[in-house]
Structure formats: C-alpha cells, structure tokens
Design a protein around this ligand. Structure first.
Ligand SMILES: [Zn+2]
Ligand SMILES: [Zn+2]
Length: 213
C-alpha cells in the first residue's frame, strides 16, 4: 500500500510529500521545493529509501531543490510534462525574483505524459496531464490509496492561479472536471498549498468548480 507524509517547505509553505510503498519502504519525494535538510531528516526518521524525485510542475516553490537533491543523492528526476520546459529553464530567474536560494536548471531523467504510470516500490501512481496553472502540470494518483497529489491545480476551496505566462483558466477548469473528478468523490487530494480535501467536497462547495457553477 502507498503511504505518504507531507512537509510544508519554503516561505510559500509548499506541500512537499514523501510517498512510499510500505512493503519495500522504497520512496519518492514529490515537489522538493526547498528545505532539503528537513525533508531528508523526515525520510530518515521514517526509514525510507529515497529512489526518485517526482515533479508536478516547475514553479520555484515546487522544483527549487530538485537539482541539488538529484545531485546529492544521485536520484532520477521524473516529470513534469515537457510543456514546463521553459519554467525549468527559468528556475535561476525564479529563485532570484522570489529570494530563494540559487536553484539550478536540470533536465528530467524522464518527462511524463497523460496516461503514464510511475512505480514506487510495489505501488503504482497514475499520471494525468492537467494544464492550466502551467502548461506541463501533472498530477499523481494512487487508486489503491484513494489519494491524488495535485500540485497547484486545485486547493481546498480554490483553484490554481492562471495569470502566469501560458496559464489558461478554461484549460484549468477542464483539467479539474475531466481529469480529477473521475478519480472519485471519496478521493482525498493533497494540494500544493494548504489543507487536504476530497473531490466530492470540492464538487459541492468550491465556488470555482462546483457542480452546476
Ligand atoms: Zn505553481
Ligand atoms: Zn505552488
């Protein structure tokens, strides 16, 4: 079974998640935006063998620690979708603009596309491409655990910003309705910022994407 532990990192309190297979204790870190010492201490406390870095998208608070962590532990970088290449290439400027520690650009070991799967130990994460907040944004879904790691696509009571270059509000709404809702009302999602919720609750009460809105 897939398990996870979420650690808010960086001044943006980005929800970095450690996800692991409890049979093998093999783990991945989703969106290591920064505070790598805290993340690695948690991984050690939990007894995890960190095997890979997964990225939902390449904004600095999600991807800022990627190059350093990949280099330090020799980890492969999986994701996001190639639509975010310009955001990866722009990480040095993003870190300067937001006062983050210097963040190097990198080339993912494996780019992701809609319908791909990622293996974490004996657990499988399904990949959905959910553009709108960024063009190359992906989410990771575990049907067995009924959990989805959705980055900045959807928040409890809100949705991702679309006022960045290549952001698209209509596309974001379509991503949420067509690619997240089918995962099921009882699926708990871990957003990029703030508390968890379920897709069912958002369909009832989220003013941006509720049913009938
Ligand atoms: Zn973002
Ligand atoms: Zn974010």
């Amino acid at each position: 079974m897939l398990r996870y532990h979420t650690i808010p990192v960086t001044p943006f309190q980005q929800n970095c998640s450690l996800v692991w297979c409890d049979e093998t204790m093999e783990a991945a870190v989703i969106d290591p935006g920064g505070d790598l010492d805290v993340v690695l201490a948690e991984a050690q406390r939990l007894g995890l063998a960190l095997k890979q870095i997964l990225l939902t998208h390449a904004h600095i608070d999600h991807a800022g620690g990627t190059a350093t962590l990949a280099e330090r532990l020799r980890l492969p970088i999986v994701g996001p979708h190639p639509g975010d290449r310009f955001w990866i290439d722009g990480l040095p400027q993003q870190s300067a603009m937001f006062g983050f520690p210097p963040a190097g650009p990198f080339t993912p070991t494996r780019w992701l596309a809609d319908g791909d799967t990622v293996q974490v130990g004996r657990s499988t994460l399904n990949v959905r491409h959910c553009p709108g907040h960024t063009p190359g944004h992906v989410v990771f879904h575990s049907p067995e655990a009924k959990r989805a790691f959705v980055g900045d696509v959807l928040f409890a009571g809100s949705i991702g910003r679309t006022d960045f270059p290549q952001g698209n509000h209509e596309q974001l709404i379509d991503s949420i309705r067509q690619r997240l809702w089918p995962m099921g009302d009882d699926t708990v999602f871990i957003p990029g910022h703030g508390p968890e919720s379920t897709f069912g609750r958002e369909r009832r009460s989220n003013p941006f994407v509720r049913d009938g809105a």
